[in-house]
Design a protein around this ligand. Structure first.
Ligand SMILES: *[C@@H]1O[C@H](CO)[C@@H](O)[C@H](O)[C@H]1NC(C)=O
Ligand SMILES: *[C@@H]1O[C@H](CO)[C@@H](O)[C@H](O)[C@H]1NC(C)=O
Ligand SMILES: *[C@@H]1O[C@H](CO)[C@@H](O)[C@H](O)[C@H]1NC(C)=O
Ligand SMILES: *[C@@H]1O[C@H](CO)[C@@H](O)[C@H](O)[C@H]1NC(C)=O
Ligand SMILES: *[C@@H]1O[C@H](CO)[C@@H](O)[C@H](O)[C@H]1NC(C)=O
Length: 575
């Protein structure tokens, strides 16, 4: 983009005026209109759009998107795009649009009412244009810079408007009055009115591509009959007001449960514009991750998530993992074990998702001013990533692996995905001496592997060699001799995330793929805590064999050509 373009001019002027720029950039915007094709979210041409979103809250008491006291909204939006998220799940409370005692407040009034003096000064410094706007106008302005960003060619940041609760505040508890239809703050008529207003208000904003009806239904009143009664009403209301948006339905029990749909599907007047969402945190299962064996926990819990929600993929519905995430400080054992397992599932099914969360801190949360968000992508001050390592491993899930319109290779191949680092096994060539090393590297540089469960063979497609174990703590190799036990791989442990050979004959027992002491090389080590033991962490040995059709950028053919040549130079081992 050249600095003199009209878009740059739009960016440069006050945010209020961005409203006026909308029509100009709308034509240039490459934001898709979403619909569904069986389990996939697709664009107008039927090609897959993978939602790789981040949650950005605007539903707490101040009712302003968090972070505007720290940085200009356009800078935050640009960071979102630069970090590779193509979408934001932007939350809002019903009362902001249905109740004048909230909706009539300006940003300044809302902050003063809560004594948020410093935060207001920060908003004034970083986003002066929103200070005297009504809250809803500030909210409208918030996604618009995203629309501007999206029109800049490379960055397409879509927005899903998420009705998070009714009464502004932190969410969610069983008893906060916002949990289910009929709760003290959850009048179904007011809710439908709020949804209709939002759908109408944003009908002409191209990058608002989706609306989720209600976050985390819950509490003593929850029941499936009322879910159908009101959710179907909500879907129809949104669709009538804005037939362009994808409408997203959440389940019961804090959006952990959509199992009731197995026997009774939704009954809607239209098709192709609805998806479901599910939330999955470590604490969705209390302390099961840290108190039990991690492989057994992974097998049991992921099969529960499948039977409660992800089974809908097989029934032809998209299911968006619209909240997941971990304490990014790395010290929560429950979270650490959960993450490797959840990321393996997300990669395996190539899920659409929204990470919790963007915000490094809150203006005010649960009575605490400036509360630090340890799950946040940003640091407290919203300047840079809180934990670049944690961000990188989530970024590995951003690009689609398969789906309509995306197939780049004839037949799906396998990637050896290491979920806990967000990397894949790649082949590096070193010379001199000419040799190949297997390392963890960017998944974009993966080899096209083929795994045959019957032959127990793991090989680079098109090559005559195979993956071989070389002993405890030693790097694995690409060998020519593939018939012995050191080259026969199987998926062991309940999680099926251990990729192992039986090296008993060599005196080593079961050896599993692992990360070497350098943090990069791929080695084998004795398989760790396959079952029962809850005191050790197997995650470094977790590899998921994930199907992909994403282009391997010529690597496959290159390797196939080079392999016979290079084999001559190998240190040929005697087997
Ligand atoms: C609007 O919000 C105020 C303050 O919470 C509340 O007292 C009032 O009952 C609400 N009105 C409606 C119509 O929901
Ligand atoms: C704001 O400060 C005033 C004066 O100190 C106090 O009376 C009031 O309760 C405070 N309001 C809130 C929401 O904290
Ligand atoms: C679906 O909804 C329509 C319109 O409300 C109704 O006529 C029909 O009986 C419903 N079908 C089922 C299976 O409930
Ligand atoms: C960053 O995240 C990684 C992955 O969870 C963790 O191992 C590390 O301890 C974290 N580092 C910091 C400084 O928080
Ligand atoms: C591993 O191989 C040995 C023979 O070398 C065999 O006795 C043993 O049953 C095998 N273990 C498994 C788990 O297959």
């Amino acid at each position: 983009m050249s600095p003199s373009s009209p878009l740059a001019a739009c960016l440069a002027i006050a945010m209020v005026a961005l409203l006026a720029c909308r029509h100009e950039h709308a034509a240039a915007a490459a934001v898709p209109t979403l619909s569904t094709a069986s389990r996939w979210v697709v664009d107008e041409s039927g090609s897959r759009v993978k939602l790789a979103c981040v949650n950005w809250p605007s539903h707490l008491e101040p009712m302003l998107a968090e972070g505007l006291s720290n940085r200009p909204v356009g800078a935050i939006a640009a960071s979102v795009a630069a970090m590779g998220f193509n979408c934001v799940r932007l939350t809002w409370p019903t009362f902001m649009v249905t109740n004048a005692s909230y909706g009539d407040l300006t940003v300044a009034q809302s902050f003063r009412r809560l004594n948020l003096t410093d935060a207001l000064a920060g908003v004034r410094a970083n986003n002066p244009a929103v200070v005297d706007l009504k809250l809803i106008d500030a909210f409208k302005a918030s996604p618009l810079p995203l629309a501007v960003v999206s029109s800049l060619g490379e960055h397409n940041v879509m927005v899903i408007l998420d009705n998070h609760l009714s009464k502004p505040g932190w969410c969610c508890s069983n008893t906060d009055g916002n949990g289910f239809f009929g709760d003290v703050y959850f009048d179904p008529d007011v809710w439908v009115d709020g949804l209709t207003r939002m759908a109408t208000m944003f009908a002409a904003v191209p990058n608002v591509v989706g609306m989720s009806l209600r976050n985390e239904l819950r509490g003593p009143r929850q029941n499936a009959n009322d879910w159908y009664k009101y959710m179907q009403r909500g879907v129809e209301a949104v669709h009538a007001a804005n037939p362009r948006v994808l409408v997203i339905l959440s389940g019961l029990s804090f959006d952990n449960d959509l199992s009731f749909l197995n026997t009774r599907p939704v009954n809607l007047s239209f098709t192709g514009k609805t998806a479901f969402e599910v939330h999955w945190y470590s604490f969705s299962n209390s302390q099961e991750w840290s108190s039990g064996n991690a492989n057994q926990a992974c097998a049991r819990i992921s099969s529960g998530v499948a039977s409660h929600a992800l089974y809908l993929l097989d029934k032809g519905w998209p299911v968006i993992l619209s909240e997941f995430g971990v304490d990014n400080r790395g010290g929560n054992a429950n979270d650490n074990r959960y993450y490797g397992c959840a990321a393996a599932v997300a990669a395996d099914l190539d899920l659409d998702w929204a990470l919790w969360a963007l915000q490094g801190s809150y203006y005010l949360r649960e009575g605490v001013v400036g509360l630090d968000e340890v799950y946040g992508v940003f640091d407290w001050a919203w300047r840079g990533p809180r934990n670049a390592t944690a961000l990188r491993r989530v970024q590995a899930l951003q690009r689609p692996l398969r789906g309509p319109g995306l197939a780049q290779v004839a037949a799906p191949y396998t990637t050896l995905f290491h979920p806990v680092t967000g990397t894949c096994v790649v082949v590096r060539r070193r010379s001199p001496p000419a040799m190949e090393l297997l390392e963890l590297g960017p998944c974009d540089e993966t080899e096209a592997w083929d795994f045959s469960a019957t032959q127990q063979r793991l090989a680079v497609r098109g090559s005559s060699g195979c993956l071989r174990a070389e002993g405890v703590g030693r790097p694995v190799s690409l060998g020519v001799s593939c018939g012995d036990a050191m080259a026969r791989w199987s998926l062991v442990s309940d999680s099926k995330l251990h990729v192992a050979v039986n090296a008993t004959a060599a005196g080593d027992g079961a050896l599993c793929l692992d990360v070497g002491a350098d943090g990069r090389s791929v080695v084998t080590n004795p398989c760790r805590c396959l079952r029962d033991d809850n005191s050790c962490d197997p995650e470094s040995q977790w590899f998921k064999l994930v199907a992909s059709t994403r282009s391997v950028a010529g690597k496959q053919s290159l390797l196939a050509q080079q392999l016979p040549l290079k084999l001559k130079n190998w240190r040929v081992r005697s087997f």
